[in-house]
Design a protein. Structure first.
Length: 411
């Protein structure tokens, strides 16, 4: 009887634990953005469209920094990439102190841009590294497990920072939680300068060593692959849906009087994002027995139905639809990521950098959804994530049908 491949390689347990801690940190940082939208709308008296610059600035940083991050990691390795990302992250968080002193939205955006650069480097390094710490057959399940701790960070971010900003008279200083986070992140960067992480070498399918393959050659190989091109597009569309829904969750549930903003913060954290985290853990377990492509396709169908129900504005059904999106989108990012980089071999680090440009979709989706909400209604704006989920459904169906089976050999 053939032995089932292990989820995490025996020699990789400690590196996996260390890397997984980073998933928690950027989940926490990204989830806070959803609270900042509502906070700045009130504290700085700006519109919902104006406040979406928070997401736009952060995720534009992803698009600009991801490829340089991939080149840096290819040259200097995963560990130094992690340290560089943490330095950007920590310094950006501390930049909230002068932003708060000046009361300047522009300074806050600059700080978020620096944080976005740091998160781009961290995710470019950590996602493929976690996927590779074991048997390739369990890569999607392993990455979903690591991403579950990202979900834990997403739960705690809004409730910790939102609870501080929205409690009492609502005069909490946004600089305080960010300065604490900055100090913690820089301390973690110091830890990573002291530890050794095994550097995984990726040999391509034709035997080309990654050290002998130029960045230009890697890029040409990647974009010649239908698997890779389609995967990047699918991940971009996923980010359009996931980030835009998170960003405007509080606006949606408060606009129709469903709940107040403090209650909305708790529901976002422990309800929506808690469901998201649990769904990732469950999805990781399911993918030990069911093909990742099949799980992705089924989940995509459910998210299309969920977002469509919200857009139709049909009472309790719409509200159930909102939480359906959180439950079934949970496995999408790590699953699409793992499917797309499988077979990339010597081009894995550069492939990761292109995939980490896709959070730019969050900036596009949030801005488009905010504009549509302004000219129609918050519920109608859910047409944006519904269409984006349709694109993920097409990708999942193509992967399940084996449309990419031959492409990986070309990498």
């Amino acid at each position: 009887m053939q032995q089932k491949p292990s989820l995490i390689g025996r020699n990789y347990l400690l590196p996996f634990i260390l890397i997984t801690s980073l998933f928690f940190m950027w989940g926490f940082a990204r989830a806070i953005l959803d609270v900042l939208n509502k906070h700045f709308q009130e504290s700085l008296d700006i519109s919902i469209v104006h406040s979406t610059m928070i997401q736009a600035t952060t995720y534009v940083a992803y698009a600009l920094m991801a490829l340089p991050a991939g080149i840096f990691i290819t040259r200097y390795g995963y560990r130094k990439g992690v340290v560089l990302g943490l330095l950007f992250f920590g310094l950006g968080a501390l930049a909230f102190i002068p932003g708060d002193m000046l009361g300047s939205f522009g300074v806050f955006l600059a700080a978020l841009f620096i944080i976005g650069c740091g998160l781009a480097v961290l995710e470019t390094a950590a996602n493929p590294y976690a996927a590779e710490l074991g048997d390739p057959a369990t890569a999607a399940s392993r990455l979903n497990l690591a991403q579950s701790f990202n979900g834990l960070g997403c739960i705690l971010g809004p409730v910790v920072v939102g609870g501080f900003l929205f409690s009492g008279d609502g005069e909490g200083s946004v600089a305080l939680p960010y300065s604490i986070m900055g100090v913690v992140v820089l301390a973690v960067a110091l830890v990573f300068t002291r530890v050794k992480l095994p550097e995984i070498k990726n040999a391509s399918n034709d035997g080309v060593d990654e050290e002998n393959l130029s960045v230009g050659a890697s890029i040409r190989r990647l974009w010649g692959s239908n698997r890779f091109r389609t995967g990047v597009l699918a991940l971009f569309c996923y980010e359009v849906a996931e980030i835009s829904i998170n960003s405007l969750f509080i606006n949606y549930v408060t606009d129709d009087g469903w709940m107040d903003k403090m209650t909305a913060t708790w529901v976002l954290s422990f309800g929506a994002l808690g469901l998201f985290m649990v769904a990732r853990v469950v999805g990781s377990s399911i993918m030990k027995y069911v093909k990742a492509e099949k799980v992705l396709t089924v989940c995509a169908v459910m998210t299309v139905l969920g977002a469509g129900a919200v857009a139709l504005n049909i009472g309790i059904v719409s509200r159930i639809g909102l939480f359906t999106c959180y439950a079934f989108e949970a496995i999408m990012f790590p699953t699409i990521f793992a499917i797309t980089i499988s077979g990339c071999g010597s081009s894995t680090k550069i492939a990761s950098s292109f995939l980490m440009m896709t959070p730019l979709g969050g900036a596009v989706g949030t801005s488009l959804m905010g504009w549509l909400a302004g000219v129609t209604s918050m519920s109608t704006a859910f047409v944006v994530p519904a269409v984006a989920y349709c694109a993920v459904l097409v990708y999942g169906a193509m992967a399940l049908a084996g449309k990419f089976s031959k492409t990986s050999k070309k990498l």
